[in-house]
Design a protein. Sequence first.
Length: 365
Amino acid sequence: MIKPTDHFHGSDLEIIEKLYGIKKENITSFSANVNPLGISPKLKSTLAKQIDIIMSYPDREYSSLRKCIAAYTNTDMDNIIVGNGSTELISILIQIRRPKKALLIAPTYSEYEREVALGGGDTIYHPLDEAKDFTLDLPALEKDLKSDVDLLIICNPNNPTSTSISQKDMTAILDICKEKDIFVMVDETYVEFAPDVENITAIPLANLYDNIIILRGISKFFAAPGLRLGYAICGNKDLLKEINQRKNPWTINSLAAIAGEIMFTDKKYIEDTRAMINSERDRICRILDTCKNLKYYKPAANFVLVKILKEDISSSDLFEAALKKGLMIRNCSSFPFLNNKFFRFCFMTSEQNDALLNIILEMLQ
């Protein structure tokens, strides 16, 4: 039986295998939030042909890779810096900024708080209101942006709520933070899954504000967490220069750099992913609408947060029931401001989604 203190990340399949005796290859992870189409077919068919590139050091500037990212994100390549996953860039940014007090919009991803603590800073929360379906209340946020806050961290779309902040509201946030000398870090790990990316992404704002950095990676949308490739977009050239000076050279290996160039240009894969996620998101929400014993929060990303309304069922119960069928959801009771009634699952193939929905509806009927 799962312990109340045990909460598994989508990458914890080895731990699950050991605890439950289920082979990890037999587990479908609805917790990892990774593109169900797998890696880019263009990447799969061409990367092996590039193997000889490991005989040379990568270009220190990663110019070709940054040029591809610039075309993909519709921004200036001089605004782009690459790293060994977005985690490396987050860590270096916090080392440079050394925030004494960071404000997190929560519930959200726990690694932000960890990085701030490692840098010697404290973290406080601005709680999203469940009564408002975890959507951002801008005036309420402004009240929490006090003079002693020096870093605001935003995950957009947010994990685990799957709610998003519009570019218009992000502009208002940046104006408020500019007046109060607060730097803003925006994690856009899931923005590419959103049905209205152009209305959510903060990338166009990087040329207008010097107090923002936008972080992205390839782990989720491009289903390639093992390559450890991340990038940041920022119009503050002094900050980019300092990050580059702090960052070790060649943190991205040659194959990962080439892989990035291939993935960012696989237009069919990108279009197919968005079409599939958009279709499944709409279909799944329509099915969830039929169950009176749950409430879901309108998702912008490739996953949905659900609250169990049935009194005698908890998220741990549902986790156990799904796992017995080889399906792994995310028990969200470890997130700040959530309890043992909340769980999250990502959108997989139609067949896999139906298998999970059958379990959910059966338990919560």
